[in-house]
Structures are given as C-alpha cells and as structure tokens.
Design a protein around this ligand. Structure first.
Ligand code: B12
Ligand code: SF4
Length: 514
C-alpha cells in the first residue's frame, strides 16, 4: 500500500522546520508499504491538486496530523480526501483530546475514518496493516493487555535516514542565492533546521500546556548513543554537500534531568558530533554553570525559554512558580557570556495581567542581553486544566476556537483586562520588539564586537518578523529594509571589514627554497 502522511499548513510559519512525526512514522512503517510525505507549509496544494496527487500516486491511506491551531484546515483536507474515496487516519495532540469531533460523534460532520490517540509509535504498524486489509478500526489507543496506557520507551529508537531524505522543500537558502553559490563553487547550498528528540515527557504540569497530559509525567530518554549517531549522520551529510544543519531538540524540557543532559552533551563532545543546536529549557534549570558550559561546548546557540510572565502571581496561577522572574536577567547573562541567546516566550491575558503589561514586560526585556521575544495570548487548549477552569467559570468566549481559527485572537475573558486591551498589548509588544530602533539596540549591545553574532541577530530579527507578522508582500519587505537601513549598513561595513581582515591574515604562498 502507498501511504501519504500530510501535515496541513499553519498559515504562519511556512517552511521553517519539518514535523518530526511524519519522519518518525515513516521510519516505523512495516516493510512492504511505501510512505510519501507532504508538509503543506513547504508544499502548498489546493484541494484539487491534493486529490489529483493522491490519485496519481495511487495512495491507499492518508494520515493527517495537526496541532489544535491547524485542525480546522486538517478537517477540511480530510473531508476532501474522504470524498475522493480514500480512508483517512488522524493523529496528534488535538484529536487525542477531541476524538469524537474527528469521528463525528459529537453531532458534527465526521472527518476521519480512524484516530490514533496519544503517541502512535506502537499503534502505527497496526494501523497500516489494518488499513491494507480494509479493516481500519475507529480508535487506536496505546494500551497494554490489561487496558493500561502504554508509552513507548524510546529504546530502541528508529533510525531516521536523514542522510537520504530530500529536504529541499525546507531549505532556507533562496533558489537565486543557491544558483549563484553553485556556479561560483563556494558558499552554502542549503540551510536546514532538523527536529530531533532526545526524550519525551515533562512532569511540571503547567496548567495551559498539553504536554504533561499527553506524554505523561514519566520522562523517557533515547540512549545517548542513538542521539549521537543521528547527529553524526546529519553532520556527515552537511559536510558532504556543503550545507548547514541546525538541530532543534524538540524535547519539552531538554535539561529536565540535568545529570542525563550533561552525560548526553559530554558524549556529543567526545564523539565530535557537534552541530549548532537550539533546545527548550526552563529557566530554573539554567542556574547550573557546568550545564551551561557543556551546552556551549556541544554547539548550543539558542535556548527557547517559556518565561510566560514577569509577574509571579500570574506564574502561580498557572502552576509555573518554578519560574522566578527575579532571576531571568542572571540566567540570560549567564547564557550570553557563552554566546548563547534566548527566544523568550510570553503569554498575555493571564489572570493578573492589567493594562500596561506590554510596557512592563518590554522594560524588562530591554534590560536583558538581546534575544528573540515572542508573545501569544493565553490559548485555552482542549484537555488542559486551563481549558477546564475557564470553561467552569464561564469565561470561554469561543469554546471551540479551533473550528474558527484566528491567529493570536483571544478565546477567553481575562480577569483584569478586556479582550480588546489584551489584544492591543500583544500588538504593541510585537511591534516594539521588532522595531528598527530595537534592532539597532540589539546590534549596539555587542559594542562593535562579534560581527557574526550581530549579523545572526539581525537576520533572525528580520526572519521572526517575516514569520510572525501577517503582511509579507514585497512592498512590506522593501519598506522594512528601508526602515532598517542604518543597522543594515553598519553590518555590511562591519562584515566587509572582517572579510578584509581575514584576507590579510591569509599567508601569502612563497616559493619553496631549494
Ligand atoms: C517542535 C514544536 C513546535 C515547532 C513547530 C512544529 C514543527 N515544525 O515541528 C514550533 C517551535 C515552531 C512550535 C510552535 C508552536 N507550537 Co509547538 N510544539 C513543538 C513540540 C515541542 C514538539 C513537536 C514534536 O515534534 N513532538 C514529537 C513528536 C514525535 O510527537 P507528536 O508530534 O505529538 O507526534 C506523535 C503523536 O502525536 C502521533 N501523531 C502525530 N501526528 C500524527 C498523525 C497521524 C496520522 C498519526 C497516526 C499519528 C500522529 O504520533 C507521533 C509519534 O508518537 C510540541 C510538544 C511536544 N513535545 O510534542 C509542541 C506543541 C505541539 N506546540 C504547541 C503549540 C501550542 C504551539 C504554538 C501554537 C505556540 C504558540 N502559542 O505560538 C506554536 C504554533 C506554531 C505554528 N505557527 O504552527 C502545543 C500544541 C497543543 C495542541 N493541542 O495543539 C504542543 C503540544 C506544546 C504544548 N505546550 O502544549 N511548536
Ligand atoms: S515546563 Fe514546558 S513542557 Fe513542561 S508543563 Fe510547563 S510549559 Fe509544558
């Protein structure tokens, strides 16, 4: 049987990074079946094109995965595929919480023939075999003989053949630049961010988050050996075809077991398997100097930190008191001393937020080393304590917000700020954080040193703007470049100076004296 795994586009981030689930399920597919992958963020297809593709490729089963924010799109795609007579199985965090919705058992339209609940590593082979026999069940749940939930141990972990997978659709290097570098034989042919997991699960149970419920509070790790081998595979690939590969360790809290993280990082260093990497780590775990040293040595460049709020009352409300706003600056400085910077994530619309929350947060951010702040409203995700609490208090304004998805739009009434005001605070925080003035300040922070880091920050800032700001046409980009001409010229000058310096340092070839 030929299977298509499909990830609907999220309407925001385009081809930023492939989704791991597709590659993982492909690697776990029993022999005798062929799996094709389409990520709608990288390869947009309209309904007609998708059906034509499915027919031409003789697909017998379509698997669709989606987060809550993409599920409306996922259902639409599923409807089109089923209307063409091909069975659909859906999986991922949303349908795990709302299987009745996907199966049309809540009074709405049916979208899927089957749903895979929870982690599908062990149910996927069964789904494929059942589909091949035309005997798909409605629900696949990872349980043991006595019906108890069973989590994959991640040992052994399947080998994802990253060395042979075509990653062209996720290449950050624009085609025009590639043509130039290919012709002149130097430079980088691709830049890919690759998702990799070293473990699953988080015991912290922050109330707005689905992870503790979905993956469970028992943390499971791959062996160090298996992570190192995957890194080496990617490193060899990058070296062979002069590409750049950046690893995104998608573990929800990469340092949740500090001892184990240190041992993994030591093994990466010992095997010379370093590639530049980013990971999600909570601020409380970044107090450890030895950990941060090992992060630097093993290639860490960025850390994603869920700061959520600078207000301890807000953090207590969502069960995240282990975040201590008073230590954020120290944590970020500790990282910056090692040339590691942070993507800091904030939520607005928490219960203790009042008008002015954007200004207060921005004031703090501006006192920190430069980074990439991101802001979102509190999104009540199905299955979370937050969703239940807001529902019980009658504060969900759009209880099924995912069926009428609107980017960054609130779905509940905050306590001390109106929805409209919270929305304005969000817009303000985004605009101020990526304004030309802020971009200039980020570069100036380096005081003329580290031109490479300055360029990296500027490019990332423009990139984040491109990702997160809705208007992305050529006119907007031209205006953006014009507004940022001062930092841009400064960087070009600095980069050229560095280039000349490096040319001066190249030893002049002298004829050998006989
Ligand atoms: C990496 C990641 C991202 C990446 C993007 C995704 C990518 N390209 O990989 C980035 C950093 C950009 C991101 C952003 C966001 N993310 Co995110 N992200 C993750 C993260 C950390 C890892 C995803 C992953 O690869 N997991 C590992 C794989 C193996 O697990 P999995 O995807 O669940 O797949 C397994 C099963 O679900 C199942 N499965 C999945 N799909 C399918 C399909 C079929 C057919 C079958 C059979 C099975 C199946 O099988 C897989 C193997 O067991 C998860 C948390 C987590 N640990 O999963 C959050 C998570 C998915 N993100 C989440 C959220 C909320 C967001 C944001 C909305 C946050 C925000 N407010 O901005 C944004 C939205 C971005 C966007 N524009 O779409 C939520 C989603 C919850 C939900 N119900 O939707 C999660 C679960 C985290 C959380 N805090 O609750 N994210
Ligand atoms: S620490 Fe992160 S992954 Fe863990 S529960 Fe909190 S928000 Fe979710």
């Amino acid at each position: 049987m030929r299977i298509l795994l499909y990830n609907p586009d999220n309407g925001v981030t385009r081809n930023f990074m492939p989704h791991l689930w597709m590659f993982l399920l492909k690697a776990l597919t029993p022999p005798g079946h062929e799996v094709l992958l389409i990520d709608g963020n990288a390869k947009p297809l309209n309904d007609r094109e998708l059906v034509r593709y499915i027919k031409e490729e003789n697909i017998g089963l379509v698997g669709i995965g989606a987060m809550t924010r993409m599920v409306e799109k996922a259902y639409r795609v599923a409807d089109v595929v089923r209307a063409a007579g091909i069975p659909v199985v859906m999986g991922g965090p949303h349908v795990t919480e709302e299987p009745d919705e996907a199966l049309g058992k809540d009074g709405g339209q049916r979208h899927a023939d089957a749903v895979a609940l929870g982690e599908a590593d062990e149910t996927w082979p069964q789904i494929v075999e059942d589909a091949a026999r035309g005997q798909l069940k409605e629900i696949y749940e990872p349980v043991d003989e006595v019906g108890k939930e069973k989590k994959p141990s991640l040992q052994p972990y399947p080998v994802i053949p990253w060395d042979t997978i075509d990653l062209d659709q996720f290449n950050f290097v624009p085609k025009i630049v590639r043509r130039f570098t290919e012709r002149y034989g130097s430079g980088v042919s691709y830049f890919n961010t690759i998702p990799m997991e070293s473990g699953r699960g988080c015991p912290y149970g922050c109330e707005f988050c689905t992870v503790t419920g979905f993956f469970g509070d028992s943390i499971r790790f791959r062996s160090n050996e298996s992570v190192v081998q995957e890194l080496l595979l990617l490193k060899r690939r990058a070296e062979k075809d002069r590409g750049k590969i950046f690893i995104f360790f998608i573990d929800d809290n990469f340092a949740i077991n500090i001892k184990r993280t240190k041992s993994l990082l030591r093994d990466i260093i010992a095997a010379d398997a370093q590639l530049p990497w980013v990971a999600q780590i909570s601020a409380n775990l970044l107090r450890d100097e030895e950990l941060v040293d090992l992060m630097e040595e093993s290639g860490c460049k960025w850390v994603f930190i869920g700061m959520e709020s600078i207000d301890p009352a807000n953090l207590a409300d969502v069960n995240k008191s282990f975040n201590k706003p008073g230590e954020y600056a120290a944590v970020l400085n500790r990282l910056a001393q090692r040339k590691i910077y942070a993507i800091t994530s904030f939520i607005f619309g928490l219960d203790n937020d009042t008008p002015g929350v954007a200004d207060r947060t921005l004031e703090q951010i501006e006192s920190w080393p430069p980074g990439m702040p991101v802001f979102s409203p509190l999104v009540p995700l199905p299955g979370t304590p937050t969703y239940k609490k807001l529902g019980a208090e009658g504060r969900l304004t759009r209880p099924k917000h995912w069926l009428n998805f609107a980017h960054n739009k609130m779905a509940h009434t905050p306590l001390k700020i109106s929805i409209e005001q919270a929305q304005r605070e969000l817009d303000k925080a985004w605009m101020a954080s990526y304004s030309p003035e802020r971009n200039q300040q980020a570069i100036d922070w380096f005081g003329g040193r580290e031109i490479n880091d300055q360029i990296m920050h500027f490019v990332m800032r423009m990139f984040f703007r491109g990702i997160y700001f809705p208007q992305r046409n050529a006119r907007v980009w031209t205006r953006l470049v014009a507004q940022n001409r001062k930092p841009l010229l400064q960087l070009i000058k600095g980069g050229y100076g560095k280039y000349r310096e490096s040319r001066r340092d190249v030893p002049v070839a002298t004829p050998a004296i006989q």
